[in-house]
Design a protein around this ligand. Structure first.
Ligand code: DP6
Length: 404
């Protein structure tokens, strides 16, 4: 058998995900073990993705990291956990234990330093949960580079909790697990992205001036102070997980939509129940919530669902046949201010002519400029390797390609 030449540079991409049963709260800060299971939809990488290149070389003097073209601190503890874990798995797989006691030296490449470059195809400032895609991409890329296979969501989880769900496409659950070492706190695919072809996701990027409390810090305070969060984790989420999985399996949009909205609302209620309270929803978020409820009331059923993470941006779910009308209603409610041409990004939308009844029932007091732009996407696949060498973010010298 011909000996396989070890690849020394690998580029991969990974997706963003949006939770419909929310993760909020850890039982172990170090290993990032959650207090409840959660479930998310992986978004399509054509619209939102992280790309990461990792390279090893005997010429590299130290481990280095570049984020969006700028050198960053590779010493971040969570990044170090992922790197350490992948190197440990690589060593284990090769049968060595890392020391040379048996005369069985770890392959040279493990002793080499690594260079990592990562970038998003969307502005980090938009607040679109870049850490999940970022850590999923880091772990997937390092695993390919070091030839590690098998359960990787457990490693991605140690970068950022929600990152473990970005290790799969489609509909993904993160099982809470019981063991203290976190071995059973892993992500599993509930259904692939092809399972529900009509499902669409519309992201409303809200114009916000101030950066909200980060999720890591926010959930720490919630775990310490919110009795509602304790009740939610113990008594509400277990049942919701079963229901959500069933609604997805049956492609029951109304039931999926209703539960998605209720779970988002309960998550934000736990934030309000946190002491001091945390507010992620702003006035525009609340106007979006009211708009969705008026839209659904007009049709007498849930045709649209909203969900919000730790920030004011709204993520709406709807079926394909509702999207054109929904976009038009959103545009009329939040008329674009200057950037009319760039207001709608992502998948194509067709012009809709809305009935007067719908307009009077749903569109109230338009707020110009409140939404920066809309991004239309759909469920998509998990991380993947990019074979095309021209996509590498690091050149032959191991430095970012485009940076001066
Ligand atoms: C509101 O995964 O960002 O988006 O584990 O501390 O990195 P850490 O937190 P993170 O929290 C995400 C919280 C959420 C809900 C969710 O994605 O389930």
């Amino acid at each position: 058998m011909a000996e396989e030449k070890p690849s020394t540079v690998v580029t991969c991409t990974a997706p963003v995900n949006i939770a419909v049963v929310k993760y909020w709260g850890k039982r172990d800060e170090e290993l990032i073990l959650p207090i409840n299971s959660s479930l998310s939809v992986t978004l399509h990488q054509d619209q939102l993705k992280t790309t990461t290149t990792a390279a090893i070389s005997r010429d590299f003097k130290e481990d280095r990291l570049w984020l969006n073209g700028k050198e960053d601190d590779i010493g971040h503890p969570r990044l170090q956990s992922c790197l350490r874990e992948i190197r440990r798995l690589a060593r284990k797989r090769r049968g060595g234990n890392g020391d040379s006691g048996s005369g069985d030296h770890p392959p040279l490449s493990l002793a080499y330093k690594v260079h990592i470059a990562s970038e998003n195809n969307f502005p980090t400032a938009a607040g679109l949960a870049s850490s999940a895609a970022g850590y999923a991409c880091l772990v997937y890329t390092l695993a390919k580079l070091y030839g590690v296979e098998g359960e990787l969501s457990e490693v991605a989880r140690q970068g950022s909790g929600s990152a473990c769900r970005s290790m799969f496409g489609g509909f993904v659950q993160w099982i809470v697990g019981e063991s203290a070492d976190g071995k059973d706190s892993v992500a599993l695919q509930v259904a692939p992205e092809t399972h529900w072809p009509e499902l669409r996701v519309l992201i409303l990027v809200v114009s916000a001036e101030k950066k909200p409390v980060g999720s890591t810090a926010g959930m720490q305070t919630s775990v310490k102070t919110s009795l509602l969060l304790k009740h939610r984790a113990e008594a509400v989420v277990p049942e919701r997980m079963e229901q959500m999985i069933q609604h997805i399996q049956e492609r029951d949009f109304e039931a999926f939509a209703e539960l998605t909205m209720k779970d988002s609302n309960q998550f934000h209620a736990t934030c309000m129940d946190t002491f001091p309270p945390i507010f992620y929803l702003n006035d525009v978020s609340k106007q979006v919530i009211a708009l969705v409820h008026r839209f659904n009331a007009h049709y007498g059923k849930a045709k649209v669902a909203y969900t919000f993470d730790a920030g004011p941006n709204a993520v709406l779910f709807a079926l394909e046949d509702t999207v054109d009308d929904l976009v038009e209603v959103v545009k009329r409610s939040f008329p674009p201010e200057n950037n009319g041409g760039q207001f709608l990004k992502g998948l194509p939308v067709h012009k809709a002519s809305l009935s007067d009844e719908l307009l009077t029932a749903v569109v109230r007091d338009p707020v110009p400029g409140a939404i920066r732009y809309l991004l239309l996407t759909k469920p998509g696949p998990g991380p993947m390797m990019v074979e095309d060498a021209s996509s590498h973010l690091l050149g032959a010298d191991g430095l970012p390609q485009s940076s001066p």
